[in-house]
Ligand binder design. Sequence first.
Ligand code: AVI
Length: 324
Amino acid sequence: KTEQGIALVDRDEDGVDRAFREDVLTGLKQKQKAIPARWLYDDSGSQLFEDITDLPEYYPTRAETEILNARGEEFSRLIGEGRAVVEFGSGSSVKTPQLLRAIHPTAYVPLDISGDFLRQSAAALAEKFPAIDVYPVEADFMREVDLPEKVHSLKKLGFFPGSTIGNMVPRTAVDLLRSMRATLGAEHGEKPLLLIGMDLVKDREVLEAAYDDSKGVTGEFNLNLARRINRELSGTIPVDALRHKAPWNDDFARIEMHLEAIRDIDFEVAGRRFSMRKGETIHTENSHKFTRRSANTLLLAGGWTPQARWTDEKGLFSLILAEA
Ligand code: AVI
């Protein structure tokens, strides 16, 4: 069963997402141009990301799926049945079935800012799991989200797979972890749980290949942001003058994605003029990698106490269960 989602994205009279415009204009004015990574995910960006997860170089999805498939019994024992599973940034919900099969929840609440994609995948999931009530909510999960009333009385499990937490700088990650506590009702009644994926630090070569694949799909994913700006914000960015870069930043333990100008360029976005010199970049994403300790420290700073931790056989990726 599905229910109509609640639209929370703020659009102006022309249908422009106000937050997107503000983030892009502010980001392009900075000395180091930078646009928050969440804007990579319009419908085509979400599709390109799905394609990335199938690439031979991109190990995180396979590693996390391996953990989810292998640990069902432990999830069931530690989490229990009858919960409301709230998935933060559900995308196409590809990893959800394994979890739902293991813990038999009463309700599933996928939260995502990409509304059409969200409703499609929620409908597909509802069909697959007729015993579970599915309530998709189109929302920016970085802020506290009002959950549908029907799940208020249920115990909550937050599900945040994929190491999306790694796409935030620690300060933002901590804010999100705290918002999740609020969304899941940590201050009232039963303590919610959180099952969260966190990718691990490993050899630079493995990491850089995962973010600069030989087929160029990750490059297309990155360039799609420039195309999206052109489409949605009346931009004139010459996309052919930009190239994808994905270096490992060892000081901050993260892969960075940049769009680098291969020549001097001038362009407009939403009526404002910008320019880039050859070699200048727009920083479009961070993907932080964790150690066991740095993962635990981040969770604790966000108000969550780690209770259990699993990795895949090769030790590439971790899944952590924490309690509010
Ligand atoms: C969604 N997120 C966890 C991906 C990552 O690995 O940081 C996004 C991504 N960017 C490039 N490739 C994949």
